[in-house]
Design a protein around this ligand. Structure first.
Ligand code: ATP
Ligand code: CA
Ligand code: CA
Length: 432
């Protein structure tokens, strides 16, 4: 990939996002914990940055405003349910201003950026998606609380940057489902629908990292190799997650699935070579690569060093452009496995950060699945507003929005049941 510096079109936006996170999140994190109240779900904290700075916000390179939405709720999600180390979170995102931009973003126009160590994804969202996420935040929170093994996207933060000329950009921070330390040999984005759900096979042969879809899965005769135990865990959790999405009227989500074939392994040799070439681009090593000492004083110290890093000096940031899924060849990709530790809490992320395939006797097979339900901020009435506008003239809008979400979820679950090995293929939805 080619490094793009301050001349990159989104350089200022990136700088502002990371500065906002660095100051906003650490402010909240430094306060004493308190039980959540209803008001915390609606809360927004405002920060105003300028080149001079004041007692609340340090000086920044640019003038901009930053909003942190429901900071206490996201703090609780991160600390209590997603088991993130508070210092690591800030360090991963902001210790150095380095982000990798995912090449061709989805149709929605959202932009995706990976944190320097590829643990986190920043996704820009539309104003509507942002408003919707805030409106369902309490349901989402309660679901995560009662479903510690949820497969739904893990939201770690919701923020907004406002540039001086008035442009407002909302973004979420979430988990990268794919591991920094393993090659993904095949990727699928599955919805259980056939319409437009095929990546051209001839193009896929030239581009091994392409995100394949439902029809490719069926045509390639793939199946999820899960023994009885893991199959039951997976399908039960997926059903519970889908029921929530149905209840909230959400559609258009998908199961993102990355397959690592352990017999093929990683392209380690090649990566080491490129790493050498790129070494001068990397800055000095960062403390979080050291063994974790979770004592609170250590966290405090590391957090305050994260906060002060970059303050008062010229922060260097680079944005790197890469093709989607070609991360395997990315030399800046973190090579240490320390971050896998925090994923041990979760059934579906406990085998090297993923879910290992098993046979009928629940014995391990040589494949690791990296999976989760993504793109869960689209309510029916928003996606289909245009196509189905005529319907709302004759029906009550509540009714039309509820029914399709129900159908979408039923079809989704039916397809997911059909992709697991041993499933009754006659139950597979028609791929017309
Ligand atoms: P559209 O609405 O057109 O589907 P979008 O902009 O809402 O697009 P998503 O569906 O959220 O985008 O994601 C697009 C792609 O980005 C996915 O197919 C996947 O390759 C990658 N991606 C999204 N979320 C994650 C994640 N949490 N971990 C890893 N990759 C992800
Ligand atoms: Ca999508
Ligand atoms: Ca979307």
């Amino acid at each position: 990939g080619n490094l793009i510096g301050e001349d990159h079109a989104n350089y200022v936006l990136m700088y502002n996002m990371l500065t906002g996170i660095r100051i906003g999140v650490s402010r909240c994190q430094a306060k004493l914990r308190k039980p959540l109240s209803d008001a915390d779900f609606k809360a927004k904290h405002k920060f105003s940055f300028d080149i001079i700075g004041n007692e609340l916000t340090p000086s920044a390179k640019y003038d901009f405003k930053f909003k942190d939405y429901a900071p206490w709720v996201f703090r609780s999600l991160r600390d209590d349910y997603f088991h993130l180390d508070p210092a690591d979170y800030l360090l991963s995102l902001t210790a150095k201003y380095i982000l990798t931009e995912l090449g061709s973003p989805g149709k929605s126009g959202s932009f995706f950026y990976f944190s320097r160590d590829f643990k986190y994804i920043i996704k820009t969202v539309s104003h509507t998606e942002h408003k919707f996420l805030r409106s369902i935040l309490k349901d989402y929170y309660n679901h995560v609380k009662s479903n510690p093994h949820t497969l739904l996207s893990r939201f770690y933060g919701l923020h907004r940057v406002k540039l001086p000329r008035g442009r407002k950009i909302h973004f979420v921070i979430m988990n990268n489902l794919f591991p920094p330390h393993r090659d993904i040999h095949e990727t699928y984005d599955l919805k259980g629908s056939a319409i437009g759900r095929e990546y051209p096979e001839e193009k896929a042969r030239e581009k091994p990292g392409a995100v394949l879809k439902d029809k490719n899965w069926v045509n390639r005769h793939r199946s999820l190799e899960l023994g009885p135990e893991k199959r039951a865990l997976f399908l039960t959790q997926l059903q519970r997650d889908t029921m929530l999405l149905q209840k909230l009227g959400i559609m258009d989500y998908s199961l993102l699935l990355g397959i690592h074939d352990m017999t093929r392994g990683n392209s380690e040799g090649r990566r080491k070579e490129t790493l050498k070439v790129y070494q001068p681009q990397l800055e000095e090593p960062v403390p979080e690569d050291q063994p974790l000492n979770t004592g609170s004083t250590s966290i405090q110290r590391r957090m305050s060093s994260a906060i002060h890093r970059g303050e008062g000096r010229n922060v260097r940031m680079s944005i790197k452009r890469t093709e989607p899924k070609n991360l395997d060849k990315d030399p800046t990709r973190a090579l240490n496995n320390a971050d896998i530790a925090e994923r041990r809490h979760f059934w579906f992320y406990q085998d090297e950060g993923g879910y290992r395939a098993t046979d009928d006797n629940n014995e391990d097979l040589n494949m690791i699945y990296y999976l989760g339900v993504i793109d869960i901020c689209t309510p029916y009435n928003f996606v289909k507003r245009i196509e189905h506008r005529w319907k709302s003239l004759t029906h009550e809008s509540q009714m039309i929005s509820a029914v399709p979400a129900q159908q979408y979820g039923d079809r989704f679950i039916q397809f997911m049941k059909s992709i697991v090995r041993g499933a009754d293929l006659t139950q597979r939805p028609k791929m017309e």
